[in-house]
Design a protein around this ligand. Structure first.
Ligand code: PXP
Length: 244
């Protein structure tokens, strides 16, 4: 069988459900273990400044118990740098972060705080952490990512997925072209090329056809679908438990 593209399972939204009740379930660690046992290639988590999903103690548990690589998504801040250098995950992906956004809205502006970004990349790499920058699929930005010393780029697929939902066929074509060209350039420049955001079955299949992209990171849709794959099983279990 042809090997599939690497799949990073983002468990943030298991934590979102947990945090909604302020209890200790569902456990993101339990989700990560199931993913690990069923072929996920890495576990992705975004430790946000406001800790709205994954929290610091989740990171410590994951690091202790998960054997597949951890990909820590983080904002470009001294606090996050300190956490990453202590945790030493295999991968770090630097992402833009706004407090009020619902999800990561766009790619990182590599010209903003460029000197600090370069320093952070260097410090992470010194600890053998592979660095990725979450960027818009744009040739100039891919070149700059290389220049700043990043190992990888993750191309933001949010716009592409939005066009798909809106059935905007011109938009889909344009954005796919941008993603494909950015991936090709990244590959030529010897950058690892990943992609993610908003992906579902259909869009991840399309993006996976771009050979230069070696990894997809999928979160929200993954958890959403898992609900529907679980309802029947949980109901069966309750039917058994509640039998008189
Ligand atoms: N990749 C990056 C860098 C992200 O910030 C996110 C969202 O946390 C994802 C992938 C996953 O996006 P989604 O939850 O829409 O699948």
């Amino acid at each position: 069988m042809r090997k599939r593209i690497r799949l990073g399972f983002n468990i943030d939204h298991v934590a979102t459900v947990r945090n909604a009740r302020g209890d200790d379930y569902p456990s993101p660690l339990r989700a990560a273990i199931i993913a690990q046992n069923n072929g996920a290639d890495s576990i992705t988590v975004h430790l946000r400044e406001d800790r709205r999903h994954i929290r610091d103690h989740d990171l410590i548990e994951l690091k202790k118990k998960i054997k597949i690589p951890i990909n820590l998504e983080m904002a470009l801040t001294p606090e996050m740098l300190k956490i990453a250098l202590k945790l030493k995950p295999k991968y770090v992906c630097i992402v833009p972060e706004k407090r009020k956004e619902i999800t990561t809205e766009g790619g990182l502006n590599l010209n903003y705080k460029k000197n600090y970004l370069t320093k952070v990349i260097r410090l992470l790499k010194l600890q053998n952490i592979q660095v990725s920058l979450f960027i818009e699929p744009d040739l100039k930005t891919v070149r700059l990512a290389k220049k700043l010393g990043s190992d990888n780029v993750e191309l933001h697929t949010g716009k592409y997925c939005k066009f798909f939902r809106e059935k905007n066929y011109i938009g889909i074509k344009k954005e796919f072209f941008k993603i494909k060209n950015s991936a090709k350039l990244g590959n030529i420049l010897n950058l690892g090329v990943h992609a993610g955001h908003g992906l579902n079955y259909q869009t991840s299949k399309k993006i996976s056809k771009i050979d230069e992209i070696t990894e997809l990171n999928i979160g929200h849709f993954f958890i959403s679908e898992s609900i529907f794959f679980g309802i029947a099983n949980v109901l069966k279990k309750f039917n058994k438990i509640l039998k008189r």
